[in-house]
Ligand binder design. Structure first.
Ligand code: ADP
Ligand code: MG
Length: 263
């Protein structure tokens, strides 16, 4: 069957001439939770924008269900792809509920109002992202962690099959970090494809079905966590300030963890 997302030979340079993404192949399919890791400035956010169709690659192609993304209509694209940006440049001065309802635009006709189905999708999204009790609060008046969850809720309301998520757990407390990844894992089990940029190698180790490692615009590794999140692969990219360990989880199975370590 054709993959939900398939990119080949993607390159992108900013006007400054800086080549932020350099010949990257990347794919993601339904049922996957793919984490993209890599140092600051490696090109992760730029890659995500190329995959979302927000930037045009200077070389290479992105295919969504076998069709070139560049030729997919904006409305169709918005129904299929939800991008959660790393930062919102300008926060709209609206309530959380209104903001989450923006996620429904791609489902509505030009002249039609929100339907009961739209209302249900918004309520479900607020619930799933644990912001239902913040619905009437202004987005601008939330803590950064609460705002992050409102962003997740908006993407969920969109009901897109492909979720492209940029560092969703920054500014979240440990419990909400786990909650966001549990939610993304559940969505991928239900048939979504989730692509998640994260610096948290620990969470990637526990939740990812696959990990892509990016450095200086290139993909340097791609595989299951047990193949990629190991010292031989990570040390050339991150250096030696990481500790690797294993711990038995509640179910008895052993999981690896990786933490920043001053050495
Ligand atoms: P990451 O998300 O991995 O930290 P980015 O994709 O944001 O990396 O950035 C990759 C490179 O492109 C960096 O060197 C960054 O400085 C540069 N860059 C990012 N955005 C822009 C921009 N709008 N204009 C020029 N250069 C940019
Ligand atoms: Mg980034």
């Amino acid at each position: 069957m054709v993959k939900l997302l398939e990119a080949r030979g993607l390159s992108f340079a900013y006007p400054s001439g800086l080549r932020a993404v350099d010949g990257v192949d990347f794919e993601a399919d339904r049922g996957e939770l793919v984490c993209i890791a890599g140092p600051n400035g490696a090109g992760k956010s730029t890659l995500l924008k190329l995959l979302a169709g927000l930037e045009k690659p200077s070389a290479g192609t992105v295919q969504l269900e076998g069709a070139p993304l560049a030729r997919t209509r904006a409305k169709v694209r918005a129904r299929k792809i939800a991008l959660l940006p790393q930062t919102l440049t300008a926060l709209p001065d609206v309530t959380v509920k209104r903001f989450v309802a923006y996620g429904r635009y791609a489902h509505q006709g030009v002249f039609t109002r929100a339907t009961a189905e739209d209302g249900r999708a918004v309520a479900r999204a607020l619930e799933q992202a644990d912001v239902a009790d913040l619905g009437q609060r202004l987005l601008t008046e939330l803590s950064s962690g609460q705002r992050q969850r409102a962003l997740v809720a908006r993407a969920l309301a969109q009901e897109a099959e492909l979720l492209l998520v940029d560092e969703p757990t920054n500014a979240l407390d440990p419990e909400h970090q786990i909650a966001v990844f549990e939610l993304l894992a559940r969505l991928s089990c239900e048939g979504h494809a989730a692509v998640v940029v994260t610096h948290d190698l620990n969470l990637a180790s526990q939740f990812a079905t696959r990990v892509g490692l990016v450095a200086e615009g290139r993909k340097v590794a791609d595989g299951v966590p047990g193949e990629v999140l190991v010292r031989e692969v990570l040390e050339p990219v991150y250096g030696s300030k990481l500790a690797y360990g294993e711990m038995a989880a509640d179910g008895g199975e052993s999981r690896s963890f990786i933490v920043p370590w001053r050495g």
